[in-house]
Design a protein around this ligand. Structure first.
Ligand code: 0A1
Ligand code: ZN
Length: 874
C-alpha cells in the first residue's frame, strides 16, 4: 500500500547489476510467531561498474536486525533504508555481507515470499517475492549457488525441504536442522523452502545417460491417495523432454509439494516444484478428466522449465515470455502427443480467441515483450504465456521440426547457465538455420491481434486461383501504425470430392511445402495458384497457424462442406463454429432455422465411429458466450445468452434421437481409467447428455441415474452440470444439496461445487453468489475459493454479472477492494472483467466504468490494482 503514485519501469532502462553474487547462504529459524533469516552473501564487483558504486538490495516488510560487512557490524550511517530497499554506500570490490532479519510468515496473506498455508510453511518467490524474505539483489540476472539451513521444531515439522541435495540433518534439544545445497547457480526467484508434517509418495526415474533420480511428491496426509497420476505424468514428461529436446534432468532428486493456498497454478523452483493442490492432486472419485489433463499439462510445464527457465533463465522480467512462451509451447506439444493433437489445437485456439484476443483489444494490451510495467505480477498474462507460445509455434512452422530442434539445441548449448533475452533465443534459431528472422521479431514488439482480409478469384480459363491477402493490426495503448508481420498461413485447396488438391503457387518462394505454409510478410500480397481444373474450396489458417483473425466471406454451404470434409481437423471445427455463430446471429434477429443439410451433417458426425470422439464433442459444442462476445463488435451479454440458448434448444430437439443413441453407445460401466481413449469417449458421451436433458424426460432420468451411479467425478459432475443447466430448478437444487453432503470434507471437490453454481446463469445470481460468499465452505484467504466463486461468477455467469442495475459489478468491486488489502495479486486478476467496459453496450459500459472510478478513488491501492484500474480508465 502506498501514498505516492507507483512508477513504471522501462525495458530501455535495463542496466547490468553493479555487483555479482557468487554464493548465498541462508539460515532460517522457524518459530510459531516469527521467523529469523540470517543471510551470508559473497559479492564481487562487476568489472563494468564504477569503483564507488553503492550496493543496492531489495527488501519489503522486513524487520532489520543487523548487518555485517566482512565481519564488521555496520551502523545506521553506513546504509540507507526505505520501504523497498537497503543501500550500502561504500563497499570493497569483493566482500561478504551478513544480514539478519525477522519476518512474520503467519501474517503473510499476500502469499508472496515465505508464508503459512494450513499447518505448513512454503514460499513463492517469482517474480519479486524473495525480497520479502531477506534483503537481496532480487533480479533474475543475479545468479548464485545456494546453501540453505532450516531450523524448526522436530515434531511439528518432520519434513524440511529446499532446493538441491540434502547434505546435513541433525536434531538437538527438540529442534531439527537440515541443510540443502543446490550446485546450480540460480536467481532468487527459483528459491524454495517447505516445512511441514507431510507424507511422501516416491518413485524412481532412470535418465537417458543411466543416472537414477528419486522422484517425490509431498502432500498433507489426507491427500496421499491423490498422488499417483502426477507421478506418472512426471515420468512421462521427463522421458518426453529427453526424446523430443534431448534434455536430461540434472539433480539426483526432484520434489513436488502440494499446497492449498497458492496464487497461481504451480512454480518451477529448482528441484522443488510447489503446486497449487488443485493442479497436482487427483483420484478418480474426486477429479474430472479435465482436471487430470490439467494436472498432466502443469506437471509437464513445471518440469520443462528445468531447462527452459532454470538452466537458461531470463535477464529481466521484460523477457518473461522467453521462458513462459517457450515452455507453454513445449507443454502443448507434450499434451498433443499424449492425447489428440487436433483437440489440443482446438482448446488452445479457443483460449486465444476468447481470452487473449479480448486482452489484446482491451486497456491492458501489451506485446509479448512488454516495454514497461508498474507491477510485474500483472504481466503473467495470456499474452505472455499463450500468445508467446503461439509465436514460438510459428517459428516451429517456419523452420520445420528439424530446423527448430537444431535451433533449440544451439540455444541451450550457447546459453546454459546464463540469464538471457528473447533476442538471444531468436538469434540461436536464426544462426542454426541460416535464415533471417528480423522481420519475424515484430511479433514480440507489437501488441494487438492482426486481421487478415482475404479475397479470392477463380479464373476458369486459366485454371488459376488468385488469392489476395491483406493484413492490418489495430492500434493498442501506446502503439499505432503497426508494421506488417510475418504471418505463416497454412492452407489447403479442396476439390469437390473433398480431397486436397496439389498446391502450385507463385511466387514459389512464398510457399513451404513441408508445412503447407504460405508466407504473408507484406501489408498486401497476391498469390496465384495454378493447375486447378475446378474452383477449389479454400481452407485457410489450418491448424490455427498464426494468432490472427481471418476476415473471409464463405457461404454457409462452403462452411458445411469444410465441417464435413476438411482433412485438417482444426478447420473442420473452425468451420462449424463459424456456422454456429451465424445461427446465433440469426437467432438474435429472430430468424434461425436449422437447414435439413445442416441437421444431417451433425447427425452423421454424431454417428461416425471412425472419428475421435473428443473431436466430435468439440464439433458439436456451441461457441461459449465469451467466444461469441469476442466475435461481436459491441457486446450485449443478455442478447448473446438468449440467442445461444435458442440455438442450443433447437439442436437438442432436432437431434434428440442422435444424442440419445450416441449416449447409449458410449456409456460404459467399465471401471474408470484416466486414459486418453476413455477420456475422449466420456467427453462425447457427456456432451450428448448435456443436450439430451434439454429435450426429454428420459434424458433427465438418465442424468439423474448417471449422477447416482457414477464411480468417478467426471461422470458425476457432468450429470450435475447438465441438470443445473437444464432449467429443472427443483431437481438441480436437490442434487446440489446431495453433492454438498457427499463432498463437504474435500476442499477440491467443494471448489468445483462452488464454481458450478457461481458460473451458471440459473444459480449464479448476485444474491446466490452473495450467499456462497457467506457459506462455511468459503474462505477469503484461499485463492482457489475466490476463483471458484467470484472468478466463475464474473467470467461465466455473464447475464448475472452484467445485470442492468449494476449489482453484479458492485459485488465484484467490493471483493476487489477487500482483496486489495490482503492479496493484491488476486485482487488485480479478479478485476479483469470490469476493464472490458469499452466493448460492452454503452449502458452497461458506463456503469462498469463508474465502478472502476470507485476503485481508483479508494484510499490505499496496491500497485497491482492501481496499475490495472488506472490503465483501464485512460
Ligand atoms: N512460473 C510459474 C508461474 C508463477 C508465477 C508467479 C507466481 O507467483 C506470483 C507463481 C507461479 C509458471 O509458469 O508455472
Ligand atoms: Zn511457466
Amino acid at each position: 500500500m502506498r501514498d505516492a503514485q507507483p512508477q513504471a519501469i522501462h525495458l530501455q532502462d535495463y542496466r547490468a547489476p553493479d555487483y555479482w553474487l557468487d554464493a548465498t547462504e541462508l539460515e532460517f529459524d522457524l518459530h510459531e510467531d516469527h521467523t529469523r533469516v540470517d543471510s551470508r552473501l559473497t559479492f564481487r564487483r562487476n568489472s563494468a561498474a564504477a569503483a564507488d558504486a553503492p550496493l543496492l538490495l531489495n527488501g519489503q516488510g522486513l524487520e532489520l536486525l543487523s548487518i555485517h560487512l566482512n565481519g564488521t557490524l555496520l551502523d545506521a550511517q553506513d546504509y540507507q533504508l526505505d520501504e523497498e530497499s537497503l543501500t550500502i554506500t561504500t563497499v570493497p570490490a569483493e566482500f561478504v555481507l551478513e544480514v539478519s532479519v525477522r519476518i512474520d510468515p503467519a501474517a503473510n496473506t499476500a502469499l508472496e515470499g515465505l508464508y503459512r498455508s494450513g499447518g505448513m510453511y512454503c514460499t513463492q518467490c517469482e517474480a519479486e517475492g524473495f525480497r520479502r524474505i531477506t534483503y537481496y539483489p532480487d533480479r533474475p540476472d543475479v545468479m548464485s549457488v545456494f546453501t540453505t539451513h532450516i531450523n524448526a521444531d522436530a515434531e511439528q515439522y518432520p519434513v524440511l525441504l529446499s532446493n538441491g541435495n540434502k547434505v546435513a540433518d541433525t536434531t538437538e534439544g527438540g529442534r531439527r536442522r537440515v541443510t540443502w545445497h543446490d550446485p546450480h547457480k540460480k536467481p532468487a526467484y527459483l528459491f524454495a523452502l517447505v516445512a511441514g508434517d507431510l507424507l511422501v509418495k516416491e518413485d524412481q526415474f532412470t535418465t537417458m545417460s543411466g543416472r537414477n533420480v528419486t522422484l517425490q511428491i509431498f502432500v498433507e496426509p489426507r491427500n496421499i491417495d491423490k498422488t499417483e497420476y502426477a507421478l506418472d505424468a512426471l515420468k512421462r514428461s521427463m522421458r518426453w523432454d529427453e526424446e523430443v529436446y534431448g534434455r536430461e534432468y540434472d539433480l539426483d532428486i526432484f520434489m513436488i509439494v502440494a499446497v492449498d493456498d497458492f496464487n497461481m497454478g504451480a512454480m518451477e523452483n529448482k528441484g522443488l516444484n510447489i503446486f497449487n493442490s488443485s493442479c497436482v492432486l487427483a483420484n478418480p472419485a474426486t477429479a474430472t478428466d479435465t482436471a487430470y489433463q490439467r494436472i498432466e499439462a502443469i506437471v509437464a510445464h513445471e518440469y520443462f522449465h528445468n531447462w527452459s527457465g532454470n538452466r537458461v533463465t531470463c535477464r529481466d522480467w521484460f523477457q518473461l515470455s522467453l521462458k513462459e512462451g517457450f515452455t507453454v509451447f513445449r507443454d502443448a506439444c507434450f499434451s498433443a502427443d499424449m492425447h489428440s493433437a487436433t483437440v489440443k489445437r482446438i482448446e488452445d485456439a479457443n483460449i486465444m480467441r476468447t481470452v487473449q484476443f479480448a486482452e489484446d483489444s482491451g486497456p491492458m494490451a501489451h506485446p509479448v515483450q512488454p516495454d514497461s510495467f508498474i507491477e510485474i505480477s500483472n504481466f503473467y498474462t495470456v499474452t505472455i504465456y499463450e500468445k508467446g507460445a503461439e509465436v514460438v509455434g510459428m517459428l516451429h512452422k517456419i523452420l520445420g521440426k528439424e530446423g527448430f530442434r537444431k535451433g533449440t539445441d544451439l540455444y541451450f548449448e550457447r546459453h546454459d547457465g546464463q540469464a538471457v533475452t528473447i533476442h538471444d533465443f531468436v538469434q540461436a534459431l536464426q544462426d542454426a538455420n541460416k535464415v533471417d528472422l528480423t522481420l519475424f521479431k515484430r511479433w514480440y514488439k507489437q501488441a494487438g491481434t492482426p486481421v487478415v482480409q482475404v479475397e479470392s478469384h477463380y479464373d476458369a480459363t486459366a485454371q488459376q486461383l488468385h488469392l489476395t491477402l491483406r493484413q492490418h493490426c489495430p492500434d493498442t495503448p501506446g502503439q499505432s501504425n503497426k508494421l506488417p508481420m510475418w504471418i505463416p498461413v497454412q492452407l489447403g485447396l479442396i476439390g469437390s470430392n473433398g480431397d486436397d488438391l496439389p498446391v502450385q503457387v507463385s511466387p514459389a518462394n512464398a510457399w513451404t511445402e513441408a508445412s503447407q505454409v504460405l508466407h504473408l510478410t507484406e501489408s498486401e500480397q497476391t498469390f496465384v495458384f495454378s493447375g486447378l481444373a475446378e474452383e477449389p474450396r479454400l481452407s485457410l489458417l489450418r491448424d490455427f497457424s498464426a494468432p490472427v483473425k481471418v476476415d473471409f466471406e464463405q457461404s454457409d454451404e462452403d462452411l458445411l462442406f469444410l465441417l464435413q470434409h476438411d482433412s485438417d481437423g482444426f478447420n473442420r471445427w473452425d468451420a462449424g463454429q463459424r456456422l454456429m455463430l451465424r445461427w446465433i446471429d440469426r437467432a438474435r434477429a429472430g430468424r434461425f432455422r436449422l437447414a435439413a443439410a445442416e441437421q444431417q451433417a451433425l447427425s452423421a458426425l454424431l454417428a461416425d465411429t471412425q472419428l475421435d470422439p473428443a473431436m466430435v464433442a468439440y464439433l458439436l459444442n456451441l461457441p461459449s458466450e465469451a467466444y461469441i462476445a469476442e466475435f461481436s463488435a459491441v457486446i450485449d451479454p443478455l442478447a448473446i445468452h438468449s440467442a445461444r440458448r435458442q440455438v442450443q434448444q433447437a439442436l437438442a430437439v432436432a437431434l434428440a434421437s442422435d444424442f440419445a443413441a450416441c449416449y447409449q453407445r458410449l456409456h460404459s460401466t467399465a471401471p474408470y481409467q484416466p486414459q486418453p481413449a476413455a477420456m475422449a469417449a466420456r467427453s462425447l458421451k457427456n456432451l450428448a447428455l448435456s443436450y439430451w436433458v434439454k429435450s426429454s424426460a428420459e434424458g433427465m432420468e438418465q442424468a439423474r441415474r448417471q449422477y447416482q451411479q457414477a464411480d468417478n467425478m467426471t461422470d458425476q459432475m457432468a450429470a450435475l452440470v447438465a441438470l443445473v443447466n437444464s432449467g429443472e430448478r427443483v431437481q438441480a437444487e436437490a442434487l446440489l444439496a446431495d453433492f454438498w453432503q457427499r463432498w463437504q470434507h474435500d476442499p477440491l471437490v467443494v471448489n468445483q461445487w462452488l464454481a458450478v453454481q457461481a458460473g451458471s446463469a440459473e444459480f449464479g445470481t448476485v444474491e446466490q453468489v452473495q450467499a456462497l460468499l457467506q457459506h462455511e465452505a468459503f474462505d477469503w484467504r484461499n485463492p482457489n475459493k475466490v476463483r471458484s466463486v467470484l472468478g466463475a461468477f464474473a467470467n461465466q455467469s455473464l447475464v448475472n454479472f452484467h445485470r442492468a442495475d449494476g449489482a453484479g459489478y458492485d459485488l465484484l468491486t467490493d471483493a476487489v477492494l477487500k482483496l486489495n488489502d490482503s492479496n493484491p495479486q488476486i485482487a488485480a486478476r479478479l478485476l479483469t472483467p470490469l476493464t472490458r467496459w469499452q466493448r460492452l453496450v454503452p449502458a452497461a459500459g458506463q456503469v462498469m466504468k463508474a465502478r472502476l472510478q470507485r476503485i481508483k478513488e479508494h484510499g490505499s491501492l496496491s500497485k497491482d490494482v492501481y496499475e490495472v484500474v488506472s490503465k483501464s480508465l485512460i
